[in-house]
Write a protein that binds this ligand. Sequence first.
Ligand SMILES: [Fe+2]
Length: 350
Amino acid sequence: MRIVAVEELTADMELVREVLDPDTGRILLMKGARGLVHHADRLRGIGIHYLYVKDDIAGDVEIPAAIAEETRICAEQALDRIYEKCELDQRPDYQQIKQTVRILIGKILDNPDMLVNVYEMQCCGGDFLSHSVNVAFLSLLMGSRLEYDDEKMQKLGMGALLHDIGVAGMPSSLLKNREEFTVEEKLLYEQHAVIGYYRVKDSWEISPLSRGVLLCHHERSDGSGYPRRLLKGDIHEFSRIVGLVDCLEELAGGHPFSRRLSIQEALEILNSKAGDWFDRELVKLFVDCIPACPTGTTVLLNDGRKAVVVAQNKGFPLRPVVRIFEDAAGKRVAPGQEVDLLQANYLVIV
Ligand SMILES: [Fe+2]
């Protein structure tokens, strides 16, 4: 399979992973669908920029999911139960969430050098549940790169997974694109940080550091965040990590009710905010977790040929193994010729 930009869809491609509507979570296109090119405009309109497809170029290439489907479903169900209890103003049982965090930590520790294919995040349902699971996973990946011990990982994961529970039960008038908020609606929405914090304030299962993430994940290093306009020195590292990841995931991954940007656009915004909203070091660490050329993406070589990335070379993000499928004249060639860019020094990805 490979990842193809919506603009590059062709008639011979078959959908490998289903496409969900970012607003409703409903299935828009089933796995196995063909004729994808006819859906291009509609997909772009709702912020879906990439699809996982199968064709004769990379039909045999596997792209492993960062979060296995059964893990994701399990985590979302556990979180859904917490949201339901919050909406009913009842006290949730956080034990299952603790277990979910433990599973996510295990996935990361199994593969500490993992590079996250953020395109995968663009294929989720785009609701608060999938958003929160993505944020927890990416935050834990950052924690692992910072060499957090097990206790710190558990606390960071709990805070990240529960970071938006203050949104549960908010009036439906607030569940819309934030660009359309009035001043009053914006202020009301921003209360979710404080509401979330008070929901867990007296829960013995959740440590004070995890609770702090619920309160402070929208604070920004330059004091422009909310609810308390804290400066960097007063924002715990857990909250700075979750705030950064939350921002990227919200821009690119499909936070409900906001326009979904491409990965490149989202990373550009993140980089432009390094030093103001976010720590430069954390932004760099985060960007390093994202492969420049994920397996399955199309790249252009300096000799004009086009290729699909079929494998990574550990430690060399810009020198993957590629499979050529188009010559310099733009003519399709029989896919098969693979080039290891670690060996072919004369070739670079442009
Ligand atoms: Fe939030």
